[in-house]
Design a binder for this molecule. Structure first.
Ligand code: URA
Length: 227
């Protein structure tokens, strides 16, 4: 093969790997490199480009980085959190702080799935100052991007982490203590609401309930039906 042609192929491969890295995919099995996977990867990349240097709400003034989300574009499980915290704001990646460590343990030790095989994002893509709750108008300004992310990934299950995520996905107003552990639906996708890992860092008792909720998801993924 001529040297020039070989260089072109290597160039293209490098660009693809760069694109996957930007989306938080650092490893992937060969069988995943398929047309649907590529289509979803590209759709997520386009969505990230559409968000651009977002100025659609007041959080733009105080954030360091937009935290778009990361993971497997063809994931069976999507975790939806609330909003980035300090570590996420600085790194541009979701759930990398102490709550993220607990979430990783839930995924990898509890569910026995590598974190890179799920998709993780938030209702709001920018950090609210002092980690306050996101305001209604901030959620409204951001929600079309979460809608599109879920529409692209089309997982089997969404795990809603905490009140804001559960209330938005299920269009309900009840507190998370009432919503958690009960299956709901978002656009035909099964939703399991549970406690936010940050809450569990200070309320160890909630861990048992979270594990009960996660076990329902594991059962559903295994059997394809609610037990
Ligand atoms: N809490 C969230 O809800 N999301 C993150 O990404 C980090 C902490």
């Amino acid at each position: 093969m001529p040297k020039k042609a070989l260089e072109k192929i290597i160039d293209q491969a490098e660009q693809r790997l760069e694109l996957l890295k930007e989306l938080g995919i650092n490893s992937f099995p060969r069988e995943k490199v398929e047309p649907i996977f590529r289509k979803k990867t590209l759709a997520l990349k386009r969505l990230r480009e559409e968000i651009g240097d977002c100025q659609r709400c007041g959080l733009a003034k105080t954030r360091a980085r937009i935290v778009f989300g990361e993971g497997d574009p063809s994931a069976e499980v999507v975790f939806v959190g609330e909003a980035p915290g300090e570590k996420e704001d600085l790194s541009g990646k979701p759930f990398v702080g102490p709550a993220g460590k607990l979430l990783t343990d839930i995924i990898e030790l509890g569910m026995r799935i590598p974190r890179s095989r799920v998709y993780i994002c938030n209702v709001v893509k920018c950090r609210p100052p002092e980690n306050r709750d996101p305001k209604r108008e901030e959620i409204s300004a951001c929600q079309r991007f979460l809608k599109k992310q879920l529409d692209i990934v089309q997982p089997k299950v969404i795990i809603a982490l905490g009140k804001h995520s559960a209330q938005w996905l299920l269009e309900k107003e009840e507190p998370i203590s009432q919503l958690r552990g009960k299956w709901g639906e978002y656009n035909g996708i099964m939703v399991m609401p549970t406690y936010h890992p940050a809450y569990l860092l200070y309320n160890r008792a909630g861990k048992r309930e979270l594990w009960m909720d996660i076990k329902k998801v594991i059962e559903y993924l295994k059997k394809g039906e609610i037990g």
